[in-house]
Structure formats: structure tokens, C-alpha cells
Design a protein around this ligand. Structure first.
Ligand code: HEM
Length: 489
């Protein structure tokens, strides 16, 4: 009964403004504060019209709902979907902005971000062993707890949990579904292996560096458009290493007056939500359970609860870990979201949640409206003006989307020329990225934001000649599969 009560509290995203506005590790901000919001540009002044547009695009049966399961696979192994979510939970958490409302422009820079906007793995380490000792094994200094024992069921491969099943981890959202929870456990194990013959601080730094390497050279390379990645990577490396004669990068300034990175809402509310389109409705867990639903009622895995031992994830089925071992791919990066994300379960969004608010694309579009995001076209033009090789007039073939004409009927603007940012970026991925990568505009938003982290924060790029341990990486350039293999032992 206690467990039942606890798991029905929403832990990921809020519908109403709530939470602790005083606790923060930084703030949100706008990358392009001078651009008009999409609503202003389109002439949408009333909340009910904005909600109707969000419903028509992102709601159940809307343009972004993959009702017939038609969106294909990308070439990206399915494990990267949860890695993307894991990275999101390392750098951004907004618990205070209202979904059905508006945040004035001058208030956005005061919105608290409850994660540090740097790749420091605070979602794993929390605030460290002194501040959050219950995540650490007091008997073995520096070791992180792994494994749960809830209701008489032991699972050594689960994340640590209290008696009622609540995960005791750095970010509660890393227990939102079975796969992100198992990825969290993988990082705990990775850290613990690095601790052998070391100490906490060294193992932590070393784990962070391996992770930052994978984000820069493996993950971003896979999900970003190749032209934009090739354009930005040498600028990131050169600026992070303080090389002379390299063009200054990033092009946008997202540092606050304390020189802390603020989290741009163009990234957190639109571009980095691209991972929502990579999510499939079903996944393999292991050889015994090769097909389970993301939220599977049969096993009670609806989020924020213990992982049944029989569902412990075999990452060989979701990552390119072994030659000749088939693995699932992520869904194509496009404008369609899997049916599973159109009816989010109670533990994720709360018990008394409307049908609209259970559709993730609806939330993304409406949250973008609440935070006054500009249209995709305006953002594209701005990025080009900053120096990115981008065509702001790219044809995204909106008229080829089924039921497109139903959306355009009663609007005061031409929505094909003035498109809500999240929808624009996902359509761009479908048409220009061909479902394999983000398009140029989405990629530039990612690389600007991550680039800022690599240039201004402590990362492996600042350490002279740091390279992944060959025991982790093998002979090639390290990938997420190498980290998973190493963590498995
Ligand atoms: C696997 C299933 C996933 C579920 C059920 C899920 C669910 C959610 C929900 C409910 C929100 C809050 C929405 C709002 O009210 O505005 C959210 C936010 C977000 N999601 Fe996901 N998500 C998933 C996967 C991903 C992935 C793969 C990514 C990767 C890139 C991602 C990136 C984000 C980001 C950046 C935010 C904003 C976080 C913040 O600033 O608070 N999510 N997600």
C-alpha cells in the first residue's frame, strides 16, 4: 500500500508551477532572447488557441502521434536512447515552470535549473558522499551502493532502493523506466570498478572523463548531422584546449553574470527533447524476455519501482557490443512519437492527469509556448547569422504530412513558415537528417550547448593528453558499448 501511494507521485515534469524555487545549481535562459516568441510571430494571443495548436500537433491522434507504428528504425543502437535521457538528467531539470501558462521573458533567466549544466554526473554522484551518504557504502569508502532488496525480492543488478522501493540515486528521474534505471546501475558499477586501486575523487574524475569522451566522440557524432558535427568539433577542441588561431566558439553567450552556464530553453525544451522521437514502444530486456513494453503492466514496470530480477537488461541486445550479436535500434529521429509516449502512466505524470497532458509531444509544444520559444525558422536564421553553415529556408515538406491541412485551416499565420521549434526540429530530422540524425539547426543547438560545457567546464579536454583507459576502450575509439562491457566485468 505504501509503495502504491509513493509511485503515483509524478517525478518527471510538472503540469503546474510547483517545487522549490530557491534550490538551484544554475538557471535557465534564452539563447536568443531578442527573437519574438512563436505565438507572437504567429498572432496567437489566447492560451486556448495555443493549446489547440499543441493538441493538433502533439496530442493524441495529432500530427506527431505514430498511431500506426509507421516510423522506422534509425541505425543508432537502442541503448543510446536511454543514454540520451541519462545525459538530459545530468544537465537539466525544471520543476517550476507552468505547463498551462506563460513565463514572462524577464523571468526566464530566474528559473532555477536543479541540475548543474555540465557533464559532471551529478545524476550519479548527487552532492557527494558527505551530503548524500545514503547513496554510498560507508563500509568501503568511495564505493557506491548497487542492488536492492524490496518486499523480500533481492536484485543485485538494480539501483539501490529504500524499503518502499524508491530509488536512492542522484536524480530520481533515472528510475523513470526500466532501461534508464539499468543504465544508472551500469554507471554505478563502472565507478565501483574504477575505484579498485584508487580513491573516490580519482575514480569519480576518471568516470566523468570516460563519460564525457563518449558524449563528445560517440553520442554526438551519431545523433548530429555530419556536416555540422565536422564544423563544430575542431572549434570545440581548439577552444577547450586554449589553442591560438582557432575561431572563437561557442558563438552564443549562455554564461550568467557569475560565469555559470545557464541552460538555454531552446535546448532543454526543444532540441534535446529529440530523444523522445527515438523511443520505441517495445524493447528486448534479455534473452528470456526479448520483447517487453517500455511501461509493461504485466511486470508492474510502470516507472519508479524495483526492477524485477528476470528483467535485468542485457545490454548486448541494445548496444553494438559484440560482433554478430543482433541488437535493437532506436526509432527513427523524426516528427513521430511512439504510441507508448502518448499515454504516459501515472507514476510518470501523476494520477489526475488529463489525456492531453499524458501525451509527451503535446507537453513539449505547450512547454515551448509557456517559455516563449521562437519559431524554428527564426532560430535557423539566427544560427546562420552566427556563422553556422545552415540554410534557414530549407524545405521541410510539411504539406506531405498526413492531415497537415487540418492544422493550417484556422490559424492566423502560415505555420509552415512559422513553426513551433520542437516540431520544426523533428521535421527537420525526418527530412534533412532522413531519420538517422538531427538536421543542421537541431545539431547546431546541441553543439552550441554542449560546446559551451566542453569549453568552460572541467572536462577531459583540459587535461593534457588524457585518453580513455585501453582496458575500457579496447583498441578503437571508445563507445558506450565499451563502457557497458567494462561495467559488466
Ligand atoms: C524513455 C522515455 C521518456 C519519457 C517517458 C520521458 C518523459 C518526459 C517528461 C514527462 C518530461 C517533462 C515534459 C514537460 O512537462 O515539459 C520530459 C522532459 C524532458 N525529456 Fe524526456 N522522456 C523520455 C525520454 C527522453 C529522452 C530519450 C530524452 C533525450 C534526449 C529526453 C529528454 C528530455 C528533456 C531534455 C526534458 C526536459 C527536462 C527538464 O529540463 O526538466 N527524454 N521527459
Amino acid at each position: 500500500m505504501q509503495l502504491e501511494k509513493q509511485v503515483h507521485k509524478p517525478m518527471h515534469g510538472t503540469a503546474k508551477a510547483r517545487g522549490c524555487a530557491h534550490a538551484r545549481l544554475g538557471n535557465f535562459c534564452k539563447m536568443f532572447p531578442k527573437l519574438p516568441s512563436w505565438a507572437k510571430e504567429c498572432g496567437v494571443t489566447e492560451q486556448c488557441v495555443a493549446e489547440a495548436v499543441a493538441r493538433a500537433i502533439g496530442g493524441v491522434g495529432g500530427l506527431m502521434h505514430d498511431v500506426r507504428n509507421e516510423s522506422g528504425d534509425s541505425g543508432i543502437p537502442a541503448g543510446y536512447t536511454f543514454f540520451a535521457q541519462f545525459v538530459d538528467h545530468d544537465i537539466t531539470l525544471d520543476t517550476t515552470s507552468p505547463l498551462h501558462g506563460k513565463v514572462d521573458d524577464d523571468k526566464i533567466a530566474h528559473l532555477p535549473n536543479l541540475r548543474s549544466a555540465s557533464l559532471d554526473l551529478d545524476c550519479v554522484y548527487g552532492l557527494g558522499p558527505e551530503a548524500q551518504p545514503y547513496m554510498y557504502d560507508g563500509a568501503q569508502p568511495g564505493r557506491m551502493h548497487v542492488g536492492s532488496s524490496v518486499g523480500g525480492v533481492d536484485n543485485h543488478d538494480d539501483v539501490p532502493r529504500n524499503a518502499s522501493g524508491r530509488a536512492m540515486i542522484g536524480d530520481p528521474r533515472n528510475d523513470e523506466n526500466l532501461f534508464i534505471s539499468q543504465l544508472q546501475a551500469m554507471f554505478l558499477k563502472f565507478h565501483n570498478r574504477r575505484l579498485v586501486t584508487s580513491n573516490f575523487e580519482k575514480a569519480q574524475a576518471d568516470t566523468r572523463y570516460h563519460y564525457q569522451w563518449v558524449v563528445l566522440y560517440d553520442f554526438l557524432k551519431r545523433v548530429c548531422h555530419p556536416d555540422i558535427y565536422a564544423f563544430a568539433l575542431p572549434l570545440i577542441e581548439g577552444n577547450a584546449k586554449g589553442k591560438k588561431n582557432v575561431k572563437k566558439y561557442p558563438f552564443c553567450d549562455i554564461l550568467d553574470h557569475c560565469k555559470r552556464i545557464c541552460m538555454p530553453v531552446e535546448f532543454s525544451v526543444a532540441a534535446f527533447r529529440f530523444g523522445h522521437t527515438m523511443v520505441r514502444s517495445t524493447y528486448p530486456a534479455n534473452g528470456q524476455y526479448p520483447l517487453i513494453e517500455l511501461f509493461d503492466e504485466r511486470f508492474g514496470t510502470l516507472g519508479f519501482g524495483p526492477v524485477p530480477p528476470q528483467l535485468n537488461v542485457d545490454w548486448r541486445l541494445l548496444l553494438d557490443m559484440e560482433d554478430c550479436h543482433p541488437y535493437a535500434k532506436s526509432k527513427a529521429i523524426d516528427h513521430l512519437l511512439a504510441d507508448e509516449l502518448n499515454r504516459l502512466p501515472d507514476p510518470v505524470v501523476g494520477r489526475n492527469t488529463s489525456t492531453d497532458d499524458r501525451a509527451l509531444a503535446f507537453r513539449n509544444i505547450l512547454r515551448g509556448h509557456a517559455l516563449g520559444l521562437a519559431s524554428g525558422q527564426k532560430v535557423a536564421a539566427e544560427l546562420k547569422a552566427k556563422g553556422y553553415p545552415i540554410n534557414p529556408k530549407q524545405n521541410l515538406e510539411f504539406d506531405k504530412i498526413e492531415n497537415w491541412s487540418c492544422l493550417t485551416k484556422d490559424l492566423p499565420c502560415d505555420i509552415a513558415k512559422c513553426t513551433p521549434l520542437f516540431f520544426y526540429l523533428m521535421r527537420e530530422a525526418a527530412v534533412i537528417g532522413k531519420g538517422e540524425t538531427l538536421g543542421p539547426v537541431g545539431s547546431a543547438l546541441l553543439l552550441e550547448t554542449f560546446g559551451t560545457m566542453y569549453v568552460y567546464c572541467s572536462t577531459f579536454l583540459k587535461e593534457k593528453d588524457w585518453a580513455p583507459d585501453p582496458c575500457v576502450a579496447g583498441n578503437g575509439s571508445m563507445t558506450l558499448a565499451d563502457m557497458a562491457r567494462y561495467a559488466r566485468g
